[in-house]
Design a protein around this ligand. Sequence first.
Ligand SMILES: [Zn+2]
Ligand SMILES: [Zn+2]
Length: 344
Amino acid sequence: MLAHLLLEPGKISYEEVETPVPGPGEVVVRVSTALTCGTDLKAFLRGHPKMPMPTLFGHEFAGDVAFAGKGVRSFREGDAVMAVPTAPCKTCYYCKREQENLCTTIMDNMVLGAYAEYVKLPAAVVETNMFPKAASLDYAEAALLEPLSCVVHAIDRLQVRPDDTVLIIGAGAISLLHLLVLKSAGVHDVIVLGRRQYRAQMAEDLGAKVILASEPDQAQAEIIEATQGRGADVVIECTGQPSVWERAIHYARRGGTVVLFGGCPSGTRVSFDTARLHYDQITLMSPFHFTPRDVRKAQTLLSEGSIDGRSLITGTYSFPELHRVLNLLQRGQGIKYALVPQSA
Ligand SMILES: [Zn+2]
Ligand SMILES: [Zn+2]
């Protein structure tokens, strides 16, 4: 089969590799659509600790079961499916406490290789985190299951109220997914703090009030003004920059919650104003990954049409054009791109 390999930062190659063969319980999916993700872009630009190179890459996908391994009962060859690239072990300390997102082996067998004609899913994924794709969903929307599961995990822990004002920092794909989930949960006032006109426009089209500010003091003044002088009930940081994490606590109201969603580069540190945290009782949350419950909920949101993710997909390109698409993303153009096999 043809697959993209990430050879070293900045260098990918689309080449012939061996088509995967499913072992017991495993499934090989013929990829119909793979989506770009911020993680892929980061890995492409500067490498990734969990992806020693050369490596297959891409982890957001949907497709059809091409080969089912021995013992697979729930799926048959030809079934249209959607899945996330990881599954918990179900036996470790964290799994037994329903914190499967923290499972000690959650990242060990992560599926990589969605930018390829076929991708192999381990038995644990097939058993726990793979679903039939509803006919109403196109493959690109179905491929949003993984990022949406991360967002559902964060928002479910928040227990947001419909009358909350929620500020989302950043206007990329993950921010817009937060916006869609909050809207589907009936939250009326969502503010998106962005820097780029194109993405901000997108947020506005999806129902957010937008604050465009490149300078933190100006942003803070506008947020305070937009929230009757209080600050937001909930702040969700989606940029993954330490300086923005530090700033985020100043955008929340007294008693507010700040969700530090965007992962920062490893080795970085932040410092917070202790008086602000303590005397204004700011709650910090730092959600990571997702549990099988989050995946099921995300799957339901997509399948029932509560989330319309199509607007997040800026364009569709064929697999050989991946390099070009990564360059577009590097320049900040577009939100997410769909990659499809050449014949499609
Ligand atoms: Zn992703
Ligand atoms: Zn576990």
